[in-house]
Design a protein around this ligand. Structure first.
Ligand code: AQP
Length: 335
């Protein structure tokens, strides 16, 4: 009899830097929900990454719990996946130190996200912001995942992780499994409705950002105000960034192709189209808001879920961590 194939392990995280946006949902979380059927998934709230930018302690604490509840509200199922809060599993920061000592200053200096974030937060260019790709490498390596789903913007970090694996394994013997980036083909990159040349971001100061907890009326109003061009043709063309973004969102939610959308709105102008996109998004997000309200009213359930997730994550990650310490020559603590 043929041996059943082991499901591949996948790992991904999201920062609690604000209520998730439509971008986070269409670009990441909706795919994660789907992946739970075919993979062994590990998902976490990346709270340690979030503090590379100064956070107000009270709102950070509140937001972390809200984001955890949101992940579940979006369909991440603790019966199917391991879901936890990063800082509850100390192996992440412990492995980071070992990897920091095996990463070059020059490599980190070339990371485009560091350059980007340090220019946006020039008053707080801290060492954590510089070395956070190493924390990300530790997040990944500690679980030996087969695949790491990431956006295009994170490809450079996976490359760095692979370089660290080669260096560490060459120096100390095979310790880490080489991870592969997995960039889902159908992932939409959602751009800002007020400036369609920039991506929609939860921490950006953008009054047209779609939070996944916005009410249907708020969502439709924001879409109606979306920046487009002076034309009136609903068509996917170079230079029509605003309309292209709305078409991608609409296509991603309804499954319609660009050609189908073009003929649906032929001769109807931008107003109708914007309302239709807003309505489709509002309908998609409505159940998430209901789930979220229910979960936030059951704090003891949330606590039980993140405690259980952290326990499972600690069991897996401690094996790799112990191996890394041992390979580097540390004396193991007496048990
Ligand atoms: N606009 C977007 N379109 C598609 N995917 C997106 N993601 C983020 N924005 C978009 C995807 O969401 C996942 C989690 O992201 P993150 O929270 O770890 O950090 P981020 O990519 O920096 O997301 P934000 O919302 O822009 O956060 P802030 O404002 O804190 O920097 C990732 O898979 C990402 O690709």
């Amino acid at each position: 009899m043929e041996k059943p194939q082991r499901k591949k392990r996948i790992l991904s995280g999201i920062q609690p830097t604000g209520i998730f946006t439509l971008g986070n949902y269409l670009g990441a979380i909706r795919n994660w929900k789907q992946m739970q059927e075919d993979y062994n998934c590990i998902f976490f709230i990346a709270d340690m990454h979030a503090v590379t930018i100064r956070q107000d302690p009270a709102s950070f604490k509140k937001q972390t719990l809200e984001c955890f509840a949101l992940l579940l509200a979006c369909g991440i199922d603790p019966e199917k996946s391991i879901v936890f809060i990063q800082s509850h599993v100390p192996s992440h920061s412990q492995l980071t130190w070992l990897l920091n000592c095996n990463t070059q200053f020059g490599e980190l200096s070339r990371m485009t996200q560091f350059k980007d974030k340090s220019s946006r937060h020039s008053d707080n260019i801290n060492a954590g912001l510089f070395s956070y790709p190493v924390l990300m490498a530790a997040d990944i390596l500690i679980y030996s995942p087969d695949l790491v789903p990431v956006g295009n913007d994170q490809k450079q970090h996976i490359e760095l992780t692979r370089d660290i694996v080669n260096r560490f394994n060459n120096a100390y013997g095979k310790t880490f499994t080489m991870p592969d980036a997995y960039i889902p083909k159908l992932t939409a990159r959602v751009m800002s409705l007020s400036d369609p040349t920039k991506k929609m971001s939860k921490s950006a100061d953008d009054n047209l950002c779609i939070d996944i907890l916005d009410t249907p009326a708020q969502i439709i109003k924001k879409f109606r105000r979306a920046v487009t061009d002076s034309d009136s043709l609903v068509a996917y063309r170079e230079g029509k960034d605003g309309i292209n973004n709305l078409m991608s969102i609409y296509s991603s939610i309804t499954g319609k192709s660009f050609e189908e959308i073009e003929s649906e709105f032929d001769g109807r102008g931008y107003g109708d189209f914007k309302t239709a996109v807003g309505e489709a998004v509002a309908e998609e997000l409505a159940p998430i808001r209901e789930n979220y309200d229910r979960l936030m009213n059951d704090r003891s359930y949330l606590k039980a879920v993140y405690a259980d997730g952290a326990k499972k994550a600690a069991t897996i990650s401690s094996r790799v961590l112990e191996k890394a310490y041992k390979r580097m020559g540390f004396i193991p603590p007496e048990k």
